[in-house]
Design a protein around this ligand. Structure first.
Ligand SMILES: *[C@@H]1O[C@H](CO)[C@@H](O)[C@H](O)[C@H]1NC(C)=O
Ligand SMILES: *[C@@H]1O[C@H](CO)[C@@H](O)[C@H](O)[C@H]1NC(C)=O
Ligand SMILES: *[C@@H]1O[C@H](CO)[C@@H](O)[C@H](O)[C@H]1NC(C)=O
Length: 374
């Protein structure tokens, strides 16, 4: 079934000529399971996959797509609202330079984090550094196809979304066996993440990225997975505080990069305050449940329990959470709508900005901490 869909996409794309004027801006997506649209399905050993029912029940024909939701991801919805095509999954065999030019590319991978070691429990996933390397490869292929000048313009005009960081806490720092938790206080860990991000965003800028939106963390302590671990089912306030701290540090980082990197129009999308209001007062936004997953076989943790044997809530549009970690399509819509005003990149500056100071190279300057067996 999937094969047929890919073939059709390929045929459609093959008929589109890539002559100078037809190249429009697209979006490129980096991130974790909140934005993965099927990349992990191509990893034989990845444990974080959403390729079974009831994932995708409200998307297209209702078959699983690899999205960790009943329907669309936030990035899908943002791309739609910006009038941009939904980018193609990087790992899909049909994603080539023509597809990248037409639709953009999504490199997001469930279980991935800012840090390379994050998500090692899931065996296979793409870290943010790896996703940036793959983007560099895409740029190389595009340059061969349409030349350097047009590639630079195409990349400069495109929109970049990054939503990542939750796994660095949930599937790294908070794990009982995580070496990072023994090395860093919560504040130092946040600084470590932000210094790694500074390097990663500088690399992206050196590759030609200008219009970038970074989505901050949501209220991590209120996701059903974390609530199940408290006596009374309440939120874990310390975790929410860490998210606040990470967000304010990232917001400062982005202001700083905008002042230092020529032509950078980086934005910080803070959904935390809104998401918290949505959880505290779901009725106000048309929801009826914000503390338990719609799809679950019960209070099992720490893995996803939205399995084929799970029972579904009666009205998926009334639940904020689809599974233990991820919002429903309906919640993604209201969160994306709330973030849209952040997505104004201002007017296009047609004067080609001076090129980046020194082309940064990928190896992260952060201290290497790698308990990863993968
Ligand atoms: C919310 O759910 C409860 C049961 O869980 C139900 O009794 C109530 O009618 C629902 N309210 C709305 C507005 O859907
Ligand atoms: C456009 O960018 C150039 C180079 O960075 C800068 O000198 C100029 O002031 C910018 N113009 C506007 C309108 O922002
Ligand atoms: C992280 O992984 C990338 C390759 O994806 C590598 O280039 C980089 O050196 C690694 N960083 C650390 C701190 O190990």
């Amino acid at each position: 079934m999937e094969g047929i869909v890919y073939c059709i996409v390929l045929l459609m794309v093959a008929t589109i000529s890539v002559s100078g004027e037809t190249i429009k801006s697209v979006s490129f997506i980096f991130g974790d399971s909140l934005s993965d649209i099927g990349n992990n399905n191509y990893f034989s050993k990845a444990l974080a996959k959403a390729n079974y029912p009831w994932y995708g029940i409200d998307y297209g024909n209702g078959m699983p797509t690899g999205r960790f939701s009943n329907g669309r991801t936030i990035s899908d919805i943002v791309a739609e609202k910006l009038g941009l095509p939904v980018p193609a999954a990087y790992m899909s065999p049909s994603t080539n330079e023509d597809v990248a030019l037409k639709q953009g590319v999504n490199y997001a991978s469930g279980g991935g984090g800012i840090l390379n070691e994050t998500g090692w429990l899931f065996i296979q996933r793409l870290s943010l550094s790896r996703q940036i390397e793959l983007f560099e490869g895409t740029k190389f292929m595009l340059t061969k196809k349409i030349g350097e000048e047009r590639t630079e313009k195409f990349l400069r005009d495109s929109v970049y979304l990054i939503a990542i960081g939750s796994n660095d806490y949930i599937n790294n720092y908070l794990l009982p066996v995580a070496a990072d938790a023994w090395k860093y206080s919560p504040d130092d860990f946040s600084d470590y993440l932000i210094s790694t991000l500074r390097h990663q965003m500088t690399v992206l800028h050196s590759l030609g990225v200008r219009k970038l939106l970074f989505f901050g963390l949501g209220p991590l302590g209120c996701i059903p997975l974390q609530r199940m671990q408290t006596q009374d089912g309440g939120c874990q306030d310390n975790l929410n505080q860490w998210a606040v701290k990470f967000n304010s540090g990232t917001s400062k980082l982005i202001n700083d990069l905008n002042s230092k990197l020529p032509g950078a129009r980086f934005r910080f999308g803070d959904g935390l305050a809104f998401f918290t209001k949505l959880i505290q007062n779901p009725q106000q936004y048309g929801f009826n449940n914000s503390d338990t997953p719609c799809c679950t076989i019960g209070n099992y943790r720490p893995t996803l329990s939205c399995l084929a044997a799970a029972s579904l809530c009666s009205d998926r549009s009334k639940y904020v959470f689809w599974d233990e970690y991820h919002p429903t399509d309906a919640a993604n819509v209201v969160i994306a709508e709330n973030l849209m005003p952040t997505l104004s990149f201002g007017h296009e500056n047609t004067t080609t900005p001076a090129s980046a100071p020194a082309p940064a190279s990928l190896p992260s300057p952060a201290p290497s901490a790698s308990p990863s067996p993968s």
